[in-house]
Structures are given as structure tokens and as C-alpha cells.
Design a protein around this ligand. Structure first.
Ligand SMILES: [Zn+2]
Length: 304
């Protein structure tokens, strides 16, 4: 008789967003073995918590050893309690304690951008780095930091770095933040300023790729704002690597990254400006789910 093979543990990762909750069975290598998607309910906290439970239950089996959540929220340092979520009615909730109690499994939570950073560091563009910064350019701008081989568990609201003091109003109420200047939403706005209302950041990227000077100029401005923020981050953290992801970041590619590299080199302090590499993310839209899974493995391994 053949002995049954010992099944390596898998975890359930949840990439929680304002429009959908994506859950996945993730193995230790960061491969997604199964996926399940439910729309994010709007309305009540109970509704969202029920949808999160459903997203776990849809994939729960004997192999599942832990649960990891990546969620667009500010978390209390040390405890992981959700203080405030973006686009979700979750305020002052200890999701991890609730998850442990309900499912009897180690559970971890991380801000969604920090979870994506964990994924790019362990399984993507940052595999060789001990110190890295990631910035995701999407509807907004998110980010995460790895310092001395550990994910930084603090605030990491990198989209709200001040790039242009007194500049345009940010979603957070501040002014001139990176998010106003270098997000896909900034791309939408620049496209409309150039060509009217029926265009967006996709148009901007398409026309820049086709050689349109106005479009290239707009993306270069976005890149220089990004580079200014990167220079400040380099001057604080001296990372080996800055990884740039997000839907808009991936679409714009070198049209944004090349001016960002130049601006970062100009403002970062020698010799950090020579060593730092600014590279595109590798995991694309999977980073959130893979990262949530890796947060689950960290909970399983007692890293957190
Ligand atoms: Zn802001």
C-alpha cells in the first residue's frame, strides 16, 4: 500500500477591495491554486464581514492552515486592528481576532499596498533585495517598504508624500501629494486637459506610445513627480530597489519610469542615487492576492 503523501499547507488569502473581494488558495511559493470572487457589499459592516466569511468558506478545506487579509485600511500598529478602511464600512474592527475565533486558524492582516509589496519582494521584482520601496500607481497611489529584510508594519501612506507644497487638493484633504500628481486619476485629468472629456489615462498612454508629444510631456511630468517622491524615499531609506506597479504604472512603463529615474537621480543624495534601481513590478494584478496569502503564511510561521 502506498502511504498517502503529506500535503504541504496552503493558506487562504483575501484581496479585499471596494468593488470586489477576491479570495485564493495560495501555496508557500506564492502560486494561486484556486480563486473565488464576490462583489463587495456596500452598506453595513455586518454585510462586509459576512461577505469576507463567505469568501473564506468558499475555499476552506483540510489543507488550509492560515488566513491572510490584504485590505485598504489604516491598521493599528502592533495589533492589526482596522482603524479605518477606504471605500468599505469597516471602522475599529479586529478582523484578525474575529477570523481566528471563527475559523480556528492563525490569521494575519496587512494594508493592501503593503501586502502587494510583500508579494513583489518575496516572489516578484524584489526577490534579491533586503531593502526596497514599492509604489503602486492606480486610481490612487499606494506603497510599502521592506527594511533590513522585513516588511515595515507602520503607516506607509506613501501616496500622501508631499511633492508640491500647496499644490492641488488630494483625496485625503492635503495638497500636492504624490497621489494627486502621479496616479491614474492624474493621468485621466491630464488627458482631459489636453483633449476634452471623452478621454482618460488609457488615451494618454496610447497616444504617448504612438509618439504624441503632448501625451509624452504629460507622462514625463507624472514621472518627474514620481521621481521627486522616490528621491525623498531614497534619502530616508537608501533602498537597493524601488518597484513601481499598479495598473497605470504598468501601462505607462518607461514613459513614466525613465523621467522618474532621471528626477530621482537628481534629488537623491550621493551615493544612494547611484545604487538605487527603479524597476517595474512583475506580479501585476495578482500581487494583492499573492501578498495576502504570504501574510497568511507569516501568521502561520509566527513572523508577526
Ligand atoms: Zn493625500
Amino acid at each position: 500500500m502506498v502511504a498517502p503523501a503529506v500535503q504541504p499547507p496552503v493558506v487562504i488569502g483575501l484581496d479585499v477591495g471596494g468593488t470586489k473581494i477576491l479570495s485564493g488558495l495560495v501555496d508557500r511559493e506564492g502560486s494561486i491554486l484556486a480563486e473565488h470572487e464576490v462583489p463587495s457589499p456596500d452598506g453595513s459592516e455586518e454585510g462586509v464581514l459576512a461577505a469576507l466569511d463567505e469568501a473564506v468558506e468558499a475555499l476552506l478545506d483540510d489543507r488550509v492552515a492560515a488566513i491572510g487579509y490584504g485590505i485598504p485600511a489604516n491598521l493599528e500598529r502592533g495589533t492589526g486592528r482596522i482603524l479605518r478602511a477606504m471605500n468599505l464600512p469597516l471602522d475599529d474592527v479586529d478582523l484578525v481576532a474575529r477570523s481566528r475565533e471563527r475559523f480556528g486558524l492563525p490569521s494575519g492582516i496587512e494594508n493592501d499596498a503593503s501586502a502587494a509589496t510583500l508579494a513583489e519582494w518575496r516572489r516578484g521584482a524584489g526577490r534579491t533585495a533586503q531593502n526596497l520601496v514599492m509604489l503602486t500607481l492606480g486610481t490612487g497611489v499606494g506603497g510599502g517598504i521592506v527594511l533590513d529584510g522585513r516588511l515595515f508594519r507602520g503607516w506607509a501612506e506613501l501616496g500622501h508624500l508631499v511633492v508640491q507644497q500647496g499644490g492641488s487638493l488630494c483625496t485625503c484633504g492635503g495638497r500636492g501629494h504624490l497621489e494627486v500628481l502621479a496616479s491614474g486619476t492624474a493621468g485621466d485629468r491630464m488627458a482631459r486637459d489636453l483633449w476634452g472629456m471623452d478621454v482618460d489615462a488609457h488615451t494618454l498612454v496610447d497616444r504617448a506610445q504612438a509618439g504624441d508629444d503632448d501625451a509624452r510631456g504629460a507622462l514625463a511630468r507624472i514621472g518627474r513627480s514620481l521621481g521627486a517622491a522616490i528621491a525623498s524615499l531614497v534619502n530616508v531609506f537608501d533602498p537597493e530597489l524601488v518597484v513601481v506597479g499598479g495598473g497605470f504604472g504598468a501601462a505607462a512603463g518607461d514613459l513614466v519610469l525613465e523621467p522618474a529615474r532621471e528626477a530621482a537621480r537628481a534629488d537623491a543624495i550621493f551615493p544612494a542615487n547611484r545604487g538605487v534601481r527603479i524597476v517595474p513590478a512583475e506580479l501585476g494584478s495578482e500581487a494583492g492576492l499573492v501578498g495576502a496569502g504570504l501574510v497568511g503564511f507569516e501568521a502561520l510561521d509566527g513572523v508577526r
